[in-house]
Design a protein around this ligand. Sequence first.
Ligand code: NAP
Length: 247
Amino acid sequence: MSKNLLITGASRGIGRATALLAAAQGWTVGVNYRSDRAAADEVVAQIHAAGGQAIAVQGDVANEADVLRLFETMDTLGPLHGLVVNAGIVAPPMALLEMSGERLQRMFDVNVLGSYLTAREGARRMALSRGGVGGSMVLVSSVAASLGSPFEYVDYAGAKGAMDVLTRGLAKELGGEGVRVNAVRPGLIDTDIHASGGQPDRAERLGKATPLGRAGRAEEVAEAIVWLLDDKASYTTGALIDIAGGR
Ligand code: NAP
């Protein structure tokens, strides 16, 4: 029987790569997106063409009503077995003393509130005491949480720090509920997120200074996420796995 997996922000980048790999390994995937319906439909079409199962589901993770609707749509597929809390944003680089309140609000709404709301709905569905069948949750944090990202985005780094704390705490809350909770912490991965922050060449430029001497690929992060989702990682919970080329 196929297992159901929801991935937030799966229309491109790391979420997309994870959706394609998970579907190839037999997961039925909910491909969440916020604004780019065509990109999400393309991911679903690619999965179908390869013989897999997927649906596209719109929803802004920063909006609680959207998150509830997103999970209700997933409920129509049957029990939820996996969740990847991946949707996230960056903003143009600057020091904290230049940041507007509006920017800080959106950063924490999407990256922190959105992650907590998504993880909560996943927990409500997967916890054994709630009638769930157990499962695995993977949060996509960042090594920024350790680096602090000074003069670039300390707001983003702080939001990812909150995701690390959520991972550790929720793993303890859900250990007896049949649910494992882990995080991956990517470094400089070559996706469109850098262009959205006004620095399209950021991963390539800074990747050269990492111990592995290059930026990472979304597929390299997806491998770790899909392993954590799988029963192969059955004794791993509360872990933060850096996928950052040694950065
Ligand atoms: P990306 O290419 O910019 O993709 C972001 C995805 O999130 C898109 O599918 C986007 O959908 C969706 N999204 C954005 N805001 C959303 C919202 N409010 N609600 C629902 N979906 C939303 O980013 P990425 O590089 O793959 O990053 C994925 C995750 O990895 C993020 O959490 C990011 O912080 C983390 N990460 C990335 C890197 C890196 O170097 N790339 C490093 C460390 C951590 P739409 O296009 O439809 O808006």
